[in-house]
Design a protein around this ligand. Structure first.
Ligand code: MTE
Ligand code: MO
Length: 375
């Protein structure tokens, strides 16, 4: 793609928004910058070997936090629900824990997953391909609380605001995102206070977070402080400027929402410590991994072995928006081999062999490639 004439273009917010933003950080080639390195040591991905587990232990689940992790006291914590509702509510954690609870298995993935594989590389958290995890989230269905508050008929969206604050793109802000009313009222959208049966860890939103199954991670607001029902579309930074599929800095783009179909493989054999090159003994080996899509069920996974695609066996998923295990037995002959995996979902969407570039590095679901040396 021709990028050379875009160096001086400023990133503008969507039409009609009066924000005076500094120039957007321009995508770059070459080694990581010190800013990317600092983000990479704060935000970690899921080691690919954790794909063996249907439920990702909290410490192996990826983490993405824009600002600082707040230090919150659950006994003093209150969630406020207001705006276009019949009755504003203020609920402490003890009251929330007495409400009816559900547990939902959900695969979360960061919308920026795969960003650092793009050229030029959008400057942000430099994910490779493993910014994903699946946890059991327990809490109160959002629809139950919205029902208690009574959403007014002309409501359009629900805005979720976290307790964490900072500056992004020159804009001071609290982290906030919205959902259209129909998504907010889905029965599986949960205000979670437990992850895998234990209190939320601080980095995953303690004491309370939103979890939106099927959507990229940015929708699942952590450290949830308030919920506001609004009659006009929310124009906050994380909605209108960040998380958009843009061709260039001056393209208003389209909003990022549901997770694109993807599969990943547990790299077989053992790694070289530094290069991560894989080494494998000749003989039978079970290739395995997981596949998911926020658009609906994964219907097929194919495994590429030296350019030939073979259908993998699929296990049953744990839930509508939880990944499915796939597996394929392989007899590895000595030599170098190129492995890959490619999932297709019920809408017919399939993973691309090459990814179309976008300015923020969003939604990269390119096929994973693993090279192994068989000895
Ligand atoms: N309050 C708040 N919520 C947030 C974020 C944040 O920075 N602040 N990051 C979002 C993004 S971009 C992602 S990908 C997910 C990550 O959730 P996890 O860290 O629990 O995996 O949280 C989302 N919720
Ligand atoms: Mo994210």
């Amino acid at each position: 793609m021709n990028y050379s004439n875009q160096q001086s273009i400023r990133q503008e917010p969507g039409a009609g928004q009066a924000l005076d933003l500094p120039p957007a950080a321009q995508p770059t080639f070459g080694p990581l910058t010190s800013e990317e390195l600092r983000l990479a040591v704060r935000n970690h991905s899921m080691p690919l070997e954790a794909l063996r587990r249907g439920v990702t232990p909290a410490g192996l689940h990826y983490v993405l936090t824009h600002f600082d992790i707040p230090d919150l006291d659950a006994s003093a914590w209150h969630l406020r629900i207001g705006g276009a509702v019949e009755r504003a509510l203020e609920l402490g954690m003890a009251a929330l824990r007495r409400d009816p609870a559900i547990t939902v298995p959900v695969t979360l993935e960061c919308a920026g997953n795969g960003r650092s594989l793009l050229e030029p590389r959008p400057l942000s958290q430099p994910w490779v391909m493993e910014a994903v995890g699946t946890a059991l989230w327990t809490g109160v269905p959002l629809a139950y609380l919205l029902g208690k508050a009574g959403v007014l008929p002309d409501a359009a969206e629900v805005v979720f605001t976290g307790a964490d604050a900072g500056v992004q793109g020159g804009v001071p802000q609290q982290y906030a995102r919205s959902l259209p009313i129909r998504e907010a009222l889905r029965p599986d959208v949960v205000l979670a206070y437990k992850m895998n049966g234990a209190d939320l860890p601080p980095q995953h939103g303690y004491p309370l977070r939103l979890v939106v199954p099927g959507w990229y991670g940015m929708a699942s607001v952590k450290w949830l402080a308030s919920i506001d029902v609004v009659k006009t579309p929310f124009t906050g930074f994380q909605q209108q400027v960040a998380y958009r599929y843009q061709d260039s800095a001056d393209d208003a783009g389209t909003p990022v929402s549901r997770i694109r179909v993807r599969s990943l493989m547990v790299p077989p054999g053992v790694p070289d410590f530094f290069t991560r090159q894989r080494f494998l003994r000749a003989g039978p080996v079970m290739l395995e991994g997981r596949a998911w899509s926020g658009e609906g069920a994964v219907t097929t996974v194919e495994v590429g072995i030296d350019g030939t695609w073979l259908p993998a066996h699929l296990d049953k998923p744990a839930g509508g928006y939880a990944w499915r295990r796939w597996s394929l037995p392989w007899v590895a002959n000595p030599g170098e081999h190129a492995l890959s995996c490619r999932a297709t979902d019920i809408t017919g969407a399939t993973q691309p062999l090459q990814q179309a570039w976008n300015f923020q590095g969003m939604g990269n679901n390119v096929v994973q490639r693993v090279n192994v040396m068989v000895e």
